[in-house]
Design a protein around this ligand. Sequence first.
Ligand code: PNS
Length: 160
Amino acid sequence: MRVAVYPGSFDPTTNGHLDIIKRTSKLCDKLIVAVLENPSKVPMFSVEERVAHLNEILKDCSNVEVKSFSGLLVDFVKSVNANVVIRGLRGVTDFSYEFQMALTNKSLDREIETLFISADTQYLFFSSSQVKEIAIFGGDIDNMVPEIIKKEISKKLKEE
Ligand code: PNS
């Protein structure tokens, strides 16, 4: 069985992430969306909230599973018996960071391959950080995130 891991912070999940997940899930038997719990970053949403959002968004995707992880990505990939890491690329700026990360992971575990998938043109120009910033300043994020994320961001901003 071909198991791939799509790791990220998903703080929050964007339509760009969703596009990569849907396209990649067709290329493997099982896709594990792996949400990083990173103690050195203060996220907008806790890891539990991010996993819950993804579970809701992906409830109809039968071969996609959502898990959280902490520590090294290569250790997580091995623990779920996968050997492929999926990363989306929006352009050359992503490439230098992603290439370095792929090489680092390769140096940590030679059995693990990173596959890059190009983002769809409509998702090339924004990131989770920009979505948060736009939302904080009252901008329109309708075309950038799934409906549930829009609602959750607005709930979170009201709590603050
Ligand atoms: O969506 P992001 O924040 O760009 O995802 C980055 C992620 C989670 C893929 C990366 O930070 C990661 O794999 N972190 C786990 C720690 C690790 O394995 N570091 C060594 C490789 S750089």
